[in-house]
Design a protein around this ligand. Structure first.
Ligand SMILES: Nc1ncnc2c1ncn2[C@@H]1O[C@H](COP(=O)(O)OP(=O)(O)OP(=O)(O)O)[C@@H](O)[C@H]1O
Ligand SMILES: [Mg+2]
Length: 392
């Protein structure tokens, strides 16, 4: 028995350095983001002369917003130190800290990890922060990451208060700068007072990565994290193709990591496209599961009917008439009263909007209501299984 365990634990792996595939890992070089790092350097240059600056980074999921901000801050504080200047930075995730006091507490913990998490009002904490900055004679750059969560829950008061810090003469030498990060445009979430400090010119806008850029990002991770020659070029190509639909580097790295694990489970020495496909199916299945929980009972029954039909008929499409018949049978099976034809159409539209199915006209120019339904991303069998579990 213990031999089986030991063999598995000691078995060889394609992944040389797993922590390099971790989301918090910051690579030495950020691929295809030179211009953006240069732009940040231009915007924050005044900090080296003790003048505060406020900048916004925005861009879709996985476009490198957080990693660029961290990378930039590390370089900035290092250079400042060499010049005998102290700039500190603190990175706050506002999705985890959605109120003014939780955010401030995160900032204060940077200076004093034992600062009590209760008993101080926001105004008092702002005073403590001021004292800390003066006492340590340091300026600070505060990264408020995923700041839309804070703004939606608590408004822009805190941001306004922090931008006002530098106006006070006692804080002349210890200004506070802000770097706000969000997927969406946050200007509409700022009230007038805060808005005036965030002019449009201070926005760094990141685009989705292209297929070729993703290819280079993945190649870099392969080189750093995997044993030489253990990942097929075809596999890197396939990962780039799959992830290019979203332009999301995090998703691409996750696929690479999962493909590596899949190869390890089979005790093979190379990561092949088949491992990438398995990784894709697994990732989709996790996403699917969490999205399915948002569907109501009859939407689930509709989706279940479609998946069952597609699996049984072994076809790419099922027409809406057949789907409805299967839906009615499924309702009987689950002792539910089938809803009207119109309601059924609503369910179809809703699950299409949620991204589970595609609906297209059965043939060009053909008049009538017959439409074809397909499942674009996930095998019918996986959908059927997962919905069945939820229906129980
Ligand atoms: N240009 C790049 N070169 C190398 N790795 C990158 C690059 N851009 C992003 N990554 C990696 O991709 C992953 C996602 O990046 P990051 O977390 O910065 O995205 P994000 O834009 O902050 O996404 P979100 O909106 O979900 O917070 C990280 O592991 C990061 O290290
Ligand atoms: Mg981020």
């Amino acid at each position: 028995m213990s031999n089986i365990i030991e063999d598995e634990l000691l078995s060889s792996t394609v992944i040389k350095n797993p922590n390099i595939l971790d989301f918090d890992y910051i690579p030495e070089e950020l691929v295809h983001r030179d211009d953006q790092l240069k732009y940040l350097a231009q915007m924050f240059k005044p900090l080296l002369s003790n003048v505060s600056q406020n900048v916004i980074i925005k861009g879709p999921i996985g476009t490198g917003k957080s990693v660029i901000a961290k990378k930039f801050c590390i370089s900035l504080t290092n250079l400042a130190r060499k010049q005998g200047n102290i700039i500190e930075y603190v990175h706050i995730n506002c999705r985890k800290r959605t109120t003014d006091s939780m955010t401030l507490l995160g900032i204060l913990n940077h200076f004093d990890s034992r600062f009590p998490d209760r008993g101080f009002s926001v105004q008092e904490m702002l005073q403590v922060l001021k004292k800390q900055l003066i006492r340590k004679n340091t300026q600070i750059l505060i990264i408020l990451d995923e700041v839309d969560s804070l703004l939606k829950k608590s408004g822009s008061n805190l941001i306004y208060n922090l931008t006002r810090f530098s106006d006070e003469s006692s804080l002349e030498k210890t200004p506070v700068s802000l770097l706000l990060i969000s997927q969406k445009d946050i200007l509409p979430l700022l009230d007038i007072a805060a808005l005036s400090t965030f002019k449009r010119s201070n926005v760094l806008s990141l685009d989705k990565y292209t297929r070729d850029e993703l290819f280079d990002i993945i190649s870099q991770r392969v080189k750093l994290a995997f044993h030489t020659e253990s990942v097929d070029l075809d596999s890197i190509d396939l990962i780039s193709d799959i992830a290019s639909e979203w332009g999301d580097a995090r998703f691409a790295i996750e696929l690479l990591w999962k493909a590596g694990i899949a190869a390890d489970h089979q005790h093979v020495e190379r990561v092949t496209p088949e491992h990438v496909r398995a990784a894709k199916a697994e990732t989709y299945s996790i996403v699917t599961e969490s999205k399915l929980k948002n569907l109501e009972k009859h939407q689930l029954l509709t989706l279940y009917a479609i998946a069952k039909r597609l699996k049984k008929d072994q076809t790419a499409y099922v027409n809406t008439g057949k789907a409805e018949k299967t839906y009615i049978l499924t309702c009987e099976e689950y002792e539910e009263k089938p809803r009207t034809h119109t309601m059924f159409w609503n369910y179809l539209k809703e699950i299409e909007n949620a991204g589970f199915i595609n609906i297209k006209p059965s043939s060009k120019g053909h008049i009538g209501t017959t439409q074809l339904i397909s499942l674009p991303d996930i095998p019918a069998e996986i959908v059927r299984e997962k919905v069945e579990k939820l229906l129980k």
